[in-house]
Design a binder for this molecule. Structure first.
Ligand code: ICS
Length: 479
């Protein structure tokens, strides 16, 4: 079926929202629009405001954005989930940021460290316990390079002075101890946690170490968290271009990389949403230029490689062209194999903020079409960018409720839904092929040249699995 016209999409939105009480419908209508790339309707999607009480949101919290997303992957530091045990325990190892190293010796990514607040700590304050925890960590893990304190809600509520503890402990243990005020109640989603985490890096870590060697080709890979090995795949491309990747922020990254990144010649940012803050800071403080790029799928990879190379000399440009040439047969092979199986398949997406936009090109390289797209916590600048990547009339939904997403899927009948684990089984029950676009469904990488082959195979597995044959969607029964 053809893509909906903006009027048809609007009619669909109105119909779905009509189930709500008028006040709720009016509020939600501001978050859901037919895309209008020319008229900039995309930016008219209201975003980054409080979710409506009483309906399900899949958003996370500021702690998730700081501990889970930005800080957690720094592997040679210990990240304390400061507060009651639950936040750290229930989020333990759920984000697939891979890292090399020896677990418990120089890599602490797979651990859950918590100060395990008890009633006593809430009543009398937990500062002493926090200091003791830091000392214990330094004793048990002598190769840990630093500690971050990731505040959970109660810390802000009882007013503990983690700054003072961090300062004193840092001196005593002679290593960075970074207090991060990412209490979950701050802000409206994990997005503020990204910002708070970036600010803590800016204030305590950035620019604190010099490097002994610098080259004109030093770059930092920013906003790649190595989900399923993504950063490794991205890094390979940059190295094939002749660039020297001196820092990974923060997938498989180290404290030292954060400390000394200010020496790079160019910051390359993949996830704009979670790390644009530190790029702006480095630009202001050190004059480091930064550029956005996209390593999902051949079209965007090649486009991004050329854009990156344009910042460098002819030697890099030549190596870049040679690299592109060497990738081409592989890209062709993947596309020839999978495109016939995926051609004109229609996709709906709901992911955090960056991936809905960044994966569009990869789907299109396989002949697939995006018919609905949404973000949990994107801001206006994300929607402005996303809008330009999509056709007119595609439905854009911001922080949609479970009801809205299901109802749009019922009406649009996509061939594939891409969202998170909380959505997955609902859509399976609707007999809809599904891929988890946060965890890559325990697969990956999806970034880079290697990643594209995995991405194509996984979408094929999901859509063309014979598993779906015995199933009937409720709507096909009704028909
Ligand atoms: Fe960026 Mo899940 Fe990234 Fe993005 Fe961010 Fe999260 Fe994940 Fe998702 C993320 S940093 S954890 S690209 S790796 S918070 S998949 S915005 S929601 S789309």
């Amino acid at each position: 079926p053809p893509v909906q016209t903006p009027a048809q999409t609007q009619a669909m939105i109105d119909e779905v929202l009509s189930a709500y009480p008028p006040k709720v419908a009016k509020a939600r209508a501001k978050h859901i629009k037919p895309n209008d790339p020319e008229g900039s309707k995309g930016c008219e999607v209201k975003s980054n405001i409080k979710s409506r009480p009483g309906v399900m949101t899949i958003r996370g919290c500021a702690y998730a954005g700081s501990k889970g997303v930005v800080w957690g992957p720094i592997k040679d530091m210990v990240h304390i989930s400061h507060g009651p045990v639950g936040c750290g325990q229930y989020s333990w190892a759920s984000r697939r940021n891979y890292s090399r190293g020896t677990c418990g010796v120089d890599n602490f990514v797979t651990f859950q460290f918590t100060s395990d607040f008890q009633e006593r700590d809430i009543v009398f304050g937990g500062d002493k316990k926090l200091a003791a925890t830091c000392k214990e960590i330094a004793e048990l893990f002598p190769l840990a390079k630093g500690i971050s304190i990731q505040s959970e809600c109660p810390i802000g509520l009882i007013g503990d002075d983690i700054d003072a503890v961090a300062r004193a402990t840092s001196k005593e243990l002679d290593m960075p101890v970074v207090p991060v005020k990412c209490e979950g109640f701050r802000g409206v989603s994990q997005s503020l946690g990204h910002h708070v985490a970036n600010d803590a890096i800016r204030d305590i870590v950035l620019g604190t170490r010099e490097t002994t060697k610098q080259t004109p080709y030093d770059v930092a890979l920013i906003g790649d968290y190595n989900i399923g090995g993504d950063a490794w795949a991205s890094r390979r491309i940059l190295e094939n271009m002749g660039l020297r990747v001196v820092a990974q922020w923060s997938g498989d990254g180290t404290l030292n990389e954060l400390c000394s990144s200010h020496h790079v010649k160019l910051n390359l940012i993949h996830c704009y949403r979670s790390m644009n803050y530190i790029c702006t800071t480095m630009e202001e403080r050190f004059g480091t230029p930064w550029m956005e790029f996209n390593f999902f799928g051949p079209t965007k990879i090649v486009e991004s490689m050329r854009k990156i190379a344009s910042y460098f000399d002819d030697a890099i440009k030549e190596k870049t062209e040679a690299a592109i040439k060497s990738y081409q047969p592989f890209f062709d092979q993947v596309i020839n194999e999978y495109r016939p199986r995926l051609e004109s398949k229609r996709v709906m997406l709901l992911v955090g903020a960056l991936r809905p936009r960044h994966t569009i090109g990869a789907y299109e390289d396989l002949g697939m079409e995006i018919i609905g797209i949404g973000c949990e916590f994107a801001h206006k600048d994300d929607y402005t960018r996303t809008s330009l990547e999509l056709g007119e009339g595609v439905v854009l939904y911001d922080d949609p409720t479970a009801y809205e997403l299901e109802e749009f899927a019922r009406r649009l009948k996509p061939d594939l839904m891409g969202a998170g684990v909380k959505e997955k089984y609902v859509f399976h029950k609707m007999a809809l092929p599904f891929r988890q676009m946060h965890s890559w469904d325990y697969s990956g990488p999806y970034h880079g040249v290697d990643g594209f082959a995995v991405f194509a195979r996984d979408m094929d597995i999901a859509i063309n699995s014979p598993t779906w044959n015995p199933f009937q969607a409720p709507w096909s029964n009704a028909a």
